[in-house]
Design a binder for this molecule. Sequence first.
Ligand code: SF4
Length: 746
Amino acid sequence: GPGTAAAPGTVDTHCPYCSLQCGMALRPAPGAEGGVEVVERAAFPVNRGALCGKGRTAPAVLSSRVRLTEPLVRRPDTGRLEPATWEEALDRVAEGLAGAARAHGRDAVGVFGGGGLTNEKAYALGKFARVVLGTSQIDYNGRFCMSSAAAAHNKAFGLDRGLPFPLADVARTGCVILVGSNLAETMPPALRYLTELKEAGGKLIVVDPRRTRTAEQADLHLAPRPGTDLALALGLLHLVVAEGRVDEEFVARRTAGWPEARAAAMAHWPEMVERITGVPVPELREAVRLFCDAENSMVLTARGPEQQSKGTDTVGAWINLCLATGRAGRPLSGYGCLTGQGNGQGGREHGQKADQLPGYRKLDDPAARAHVADVWGIDPDALPGPGRSAYELLDALGGDIRALLLMGSNPVVSAPRAAHIEARLRSLDFMAVADVVLSETAALADVVLPVTQWAEETGTTTNLEGRVVLRRAAVPPPPGVRSDLQVLGALAARLGWEKGFPADPEEVFDELRRASAGGVADYSGITYRRIAEEDGVFWPCPEERAGAGRERAGRDEANGSGRKGPGPGPDGSGRDEWGGAGRDEADGSGPHPGTPRLFLDRFATDDGRARFATVTHRPAAEEPDADYPLFLTTGRVLSQYQSGAQTRRVEELNRAAPGPFVQLHPLLAERLGAAEGDALAVVCRRGRAVAPARISRDIRPDTVFMPFHWAGEGRANALTNPALDPVSRMPEFKVCAVRVERAEPG
Ligand code: SF4
């Protein structure tokens, strides 16, 4: 494939883990685990060479020591997974899926994808479900990641791209409110932008019930009760109005819905918000002062406010704050979501989401259906309609859904109410899992297909900024392993699909470009060659014009040209405020430059105006009571990633983060008579988890915290509440009610 190596034998690529998609290079290193070593790639603008321990040690996951290298099939006589040939394994999968469809109808077959799959795989999996299996029952684990922010983004701006500006803009704004993100641990290289912000005199406000490593950096740390971020945002908006800080001109010119949103905020007076959130009024006032005194300011949210049964409304309330103060739709200000998974952004754009088609098109939109059906060579009427969301799909396993194909996800560890979901998975008539390791979920399958990963294959991902980047193959896959694209092609052929299913990633990407053309997330002007030459291209990027020149200018400063939603620079010239040229607008020639900054001229709604959300506070689905008097909140630690399927197999990371723990305040520990390291049982209505005590003043006395990376008795998601947000269908991972007791010894 295309790609310029930084030095002989060295291949430029990106980290396999989080949504920062840090640039790195891999150099052959015979003898090293995985056969390559990571070298710095300072030219990539997002991380500028910096990597966290997860990225630095990623080659260890390539090593055959931890890999699946042959298909496994469950033998009826022994009940065990045992090695099989690819032919046998693929036959079994095709028969398992087709058999369920024959007996119970096409929607009896489910497909579950992942936010770690490349754009090409996400696209192919969505197409496979709809055209080969003909099922509506497909969704993916990204539903558990940023779906509330995506829903709020779509409502407010008519378009969902995690960050509507490059991450580097964060260093150049005046004040950042970071809500529910512990990026110092989840994406450490991003911390440098906050450090640079502060060095330049900017202010950082962190909202988190825990004093995390990120909160330690803040000028102001607000520690609300879990599940009250919505009330907090309303309280701040109330003060913005009360203190005359509304940007009336912006509100009148570029928004709609303010009178209703204003009335809702005015009903949340500060003392009431203090009572709900536990954040003192003077701190609320200080936050408003810092946010509004700065010439530019931003709100960035992550899983804290989003993983709630009111996540969409909560994010909407934070967007309201930006809109009312005129901090949106102009450079260096705005709202953004820090997406979690490596391809959480691209994963939701190409059709593995229950309600969406490629190009971020709506599955129930007749024009969208007609366009995509044409690219796929099928009758639009043959396209299934919207299916169930991730948790609802998993909950239907063994009920309506009898067979499942799962790629790149480990719901036994990562789904809420995980013991229940594990039982649903066990109750299936048939399950096939494609993965690189034998995850806890793969271990339950009837057939396990060993697939290539990351540095063994080429493919694109779209990072949290909407920047499409190219991961290049750097090492040959272990013998016996096939790519997910090859697997889908082989299954499609067995299931009678005669139009072919390309296994070459670039060929898939070219089809994806056509499918996305004219959609919200338009990739049609993005090619492997361009990504390689430019080290990433921001969508939307419509098709190149015929005869266009190839020279580039002002790439990183280029504005959106906005055929649909995003506009050119404020003066319409294609120049932004600091002179970067959106070149195709500026001189009328050459390919579309991509769109680093959205909404500068207009929002992507029909009338170009952003929409305020009319939202009011409501409690979490499960609040503490006499039986379960404490909040549980869950999250991540520095040295593990998501369900740990990969990182728990890396020695260095396991040494740094060997297992789960229960973080609790000394006052609570004293009440329980618990000392550091004592085994604690965290008990809720859904189950129980046991892990050692970690006593710390960095958490509220009414709250305990557990990281969710582990299986077994310390599985935090055995406790989490699957109460769903009515719009995004996001489960309430961040808040439920528990009691904590000392676990019986032994
Ligand atoms: Fe960068 Fe995220 Fe990978 Fe760490 S895990 S190196 S922050 S992409």
